[in-house]
Design a protein around this ligand. Structure first.
Ligand code: ADP
Ligand code: MG
Length: 245
């Protein structure tokens, strides 16, 4: 218990003093917990991709991030790693309920993200579930109501949030909007607006209480800019795409 607390203290120090100018060769050059490093290693992830190196240090500090990088550049780990780390640093436990939600545009992507979370998160003790429909709402809710992390498609999540006996979600710490350009192409802007406003942001002054939002997209557009405006507070912008992409 003391050793775990010690790790959290030294991890927070490494996050606070992280020097972005130093070259990052492997994931262990980032201020990450041994549980996450072990999960990455056992999944054979060695070196972070550019979008991961550029966004993870600030995401670990609790900053909102808008990350753009083309398909295949590793955006999933760019949000799954800080998501796990933030809950771990907050000592999130089974009784703390829902701590993080990832919105994916399609069931297939949600399943892929869930599997990647399960792989790299296997040394953590968080519970995680998929909210993608296919089962009666009540059945899904009974199973997922106490999960720490949910990977969801927008329409289905909204059905739960709108239901009078929806998920308890007032303490949410991390909200991820993944493949945001596809979410918008699929017409989910109204659903996303409702989801974003459902989860309270908390106080900007206290980063440990605040809800962090991470928004990732392969491409940028004016619609994306308006989604960013309504969901992100003072974000860090990271664009790994070449001009014109
Ligand atoms: P994107 O969301 O940007 O399209 P993904 O997150 O789906 O990209 O990643 C694309 C592929 O790259 C996946 O197969 C993933 O496992 C792999 N990948 C991600 N990060 C790394 C990394 N740091 N090292 C090696 N492979 C990686
Ligand atoms: Mg992706």
């Amino acid at each position: 218990r003391d050793r775990a607390d010690q790790e959290l203290i030294s991890l927070q120090q490494r996050i606070d003093t992280f020097d972005a100018k130093k070259p990052i060769e492997t994931f262990s050059d980032l201020p990450l917990s041994s549980k996450t490093l072990k999960g990455l290693k056992s999944s054979h992830f060695v070196s972070p991709t550019p979008i991961q190196s550029l966004s993870i240090p600030d995401s670990l500090r609790g900053k909102d991030v808008l990350g753009s990088a083309k398909t295949g550049s590793g955006k999933t780990l760019a949000f799954l790693i800080p998501l796990l780390e933030r809950l771990y640093m907050l000592k999130w436990g089974p009784m703390d309920g829902l701590g993080a939600v990832v919105i994916s545009p399609t069931r297939e992507l949600a399943v892929q993200t869930f599997n990647q979370l399960r792989d790299i998160g296997k040394y953590h003790s968080f519970s995680a579930g998929l909210v993608i429909g296919g089962k009666p709402l009540k059945e899904e809710r009974d199973r997922l109501g106490r999960m720490n992390i949910l990977i969801a498609t927008p329409g289905r999540l909204l059905q739960h949030l709108d239901s009078t006996v929806g998920f308890e979600s007032s303490g949410l710490k991390v909200l991820v909007l993944d493949e945001a350009d596809r979410l918008l192409d699929l017409g989910f802007l109204p659903a996303l607006k409702a989801i974003v406003s459902h989860f309270t942001t908390g106080s900007m002054d206290d980063p440990t209480l605040r809800r962090q939002t991470l928004l990732f997209s392969a491409t940028q557009s004016s619609d994306l800019a308006s989604l960013a405006k309504l969901s992100l507070k003072d974000p860090l912008y990271i664009n790994c795409n070449k001009p014109g992409e």
